[in-house]
Unconditional design. Structure first.
Length: 124
């Protein structure tokens, strides 16, 4: 998943700026960049981004999620979930793949499909 660049928003991306505080449900079509605070659930059809310094207290449903800020809640994504260095995440993460960078703080339950190779290497 590409790292979110807050200086380059696409035309189909909604942006909740750093001075924005929302209490209640946020939903919409397309991408969402969260740079402020949301206290409530989020549901979007495109990718969602939580910028460094942003906070979400609620569940998120999105195509994918890139977390650089603080998230307390459960995530359901059809695509990848990326937790960046410096992020703080508490909740359950359900996605096609989940990556957690060193330097992030997480207390999560992971729900993702993966392959585990339990074969032993050949002995000499």
């Amino acid at each position: 998943m590409a790292r979110h660049n807050p200086d380059r928003h696409s035309p189909d991306m909604s942006v909740l700026g750093p001075a924005t505080r929302v209490t209640g449900r946020v939903s919409g079509k397309g991408a969402l960049s969260i740079e402020g605070v949301i206290r409530g659930n989020v549901s979007v059809t495109g990718p969602a981004f939580i910028a460094p310094g942003a906070t979400v207290e609620g569940d998120i449903e999105a195509e994918s999620l890139d977390v650089g800020g603080t998230l307390t809640g459960d995530v359901t994504a059809s695509g990848p979930i990326a937790v960046r260095a410096g992020a703080v995440v508490r909740g359950e993460l359900k996605g096609a793949e989940v990556s957690i960078e060193p330097g992030s703080r997480v207390a999560v339950r992971l729900d993702t499909a993966f392959e585990l190779d339990l074969s032993f290497p050949p002995t000499r």
